[in-house]
Design a protein around this ligand. Structure first.
Ligand code: FES
Length: 235
């Protein structure tokens, strides 16, 4: 076990636990955006920034992916931590002013509007879609790639491998900025510019899930070929 102090309170947690988990044990809330309890932490958005003091040296770190250390002191609401978090949220808001998830974080911090405007396509590179596709769905159709625009400048994008994608839409569901678009019309669903045919229920006649997704689940779970002929509502 590891003992540390968070906002003046002692807490003991398992070795390898993160600061976020330790704070949760004390019911101390630290805001997050790119963190999800069922995914590997990524440390991308910096919304969870806290101040830590180790051996008398103070620094800033992201609570969601920083492991605790014996004797560490964590300050979640110090001036330094709050300033860093506000800056992170303000930049995110400047990139994605339409995202309700980011607007809500900004409101909680008293930020009305960002002081700058940044050109963005709406992707904040939080990696939630990539990790969900890889770790929860098990498909791995998305990845973050760097493309060099010239010798010194690199831009990072989310790239979809459309031949791997099964059209489940988990990426669109988890995306905090609605950057990933999913549309359904009639018997088709479109995501990542790929059109997926939807399966028709043999009882109610509703189109209820992409055939590619159902086939993936059927094969992965070794289910009979007619297992998804009827939708969950009619089973
Ligand atoms: S929630 Fe920790 S860096 Fe995004």
């Amino acid at each position: 076990m590891v003992e540390l102090i968070i906002d003046g309170q002692k807490v003991e947690v398992e070795e390898g636990a993160t600061i976020l988990e330790a704070a949760d044990k004390l019911n101390i809330a630290i805001p997050t955006l790119c963190y999800h309890e069922n995914l590997t932490p990524f440390g991308a958005c910096r919304v969870c920034t806290v101040e830590v003091v180790v051996d008398g040296v103070s620094s800033l770190t992201t609570a969601c992916n920083c492991p605790v250390e014996q004797g560490m002191e964590v300050r979640t609401v110090s001036e330094r931590a709050l300033e860093a978090r506000m800056l992170a949220v303000e930049l995110l808001l400047a990139k994605c002013p339409g995202s309700e998830a980011i607007r809500s974080l900004a409101r909680d911090m008293g930020i009305e509007e960002p002081r700058v405007e940044l050109e963005t396509e709406g992707c904040i590179l939080c990696g939630l879609c990539v990790r969900t596709c890889q770790e929860l769905v098990g498909v791995g159709a998305l990845r973050l790639v760097d493309r060099g625009l010239d010798r010194d400048v690199k831009e990072t994008f989310v790239e979809a491998s459309t031949d791997k994608c099964i059209g489940c839409g988990s990426c669109a569901y988890i995306c905090p900025t609605s950057f990933i678009k999913l549309e359904e019309t009639g018997d088709t669903r479109t995501v990542w510019d790929r059109v997926f045919k939807l399966k028709k229920c043999q009882v109610c006649g509703n189109y209820w899930a992409p055939e590619a997704q159902l086939e993936y689940i059927r094969k992965t779970c070794n289910l009979p070929s007619d297992f998804f002929d009827v939708c969950p509502n009619c089973k």
